[in-house]
Design a protein around this ligand. Sequence first.
Ligand code: S6P
Ligand code: ZN
Length: 183
Amino acid sequence: MKPFYSRINFEKGLLLDYDKKVIRRISDIIPYVSDSKAAEEMAENDDKIVYEVLQRNVPQEPGHIQHSITIIKPGNIQGELFMTKGHYHGNEQSAEIYLGLRGRGLLVMQKDEQTEIIEMRKGTAAYIPPKWAHRTININADQDFVFMSFFPGDAGYDYKKLQQEGINIRIMKDGDNYKEVNI
Ligand code: S6P
Ligand code: ZN
């Protein structure tokens, strides 16, 4: 393949060139939220977009580096702030770097009984070591949270493992702020 580039608008926190857009609505994250019943009802009434992932097409092979931008909308489901599904990498040796571009969010990571949380904003570069599950949450009530991710071509996704073991910490709306709730 040939070299290529993408343009990022840092003011708007947007990837201007992308090959594929994945849209996740409330109906897509029902099994991942604390109150699945509330999510089902919300999805029936108004199936809002929770997040979008803008991806570049790169071979999903060792040696390549996938990169994409995630835009998480502001909102909550029965108080649980809008978030990504969260996953382990299918190839568990794969690390990842998240770079904050706009808004404010939390990166929640989990490995065995350990949980780590990094608050992210524009300019935060967070390192997710191999074997740590990761999920991001928008903690701003009126602004998108946008970050860019860089990960190995063959990282893959294991959503089931995290869904089955459950995530230990939920991020709930607390007035204009947020609180961490241990489960
Ligand atoms: C991929 C990386 C991100 C997420 C994206 C959506 O390894 O971590 O690009 O895929 O933020 O999250 P999720 O959990 O729905 O894939
Ligand atoms: Zn990942």
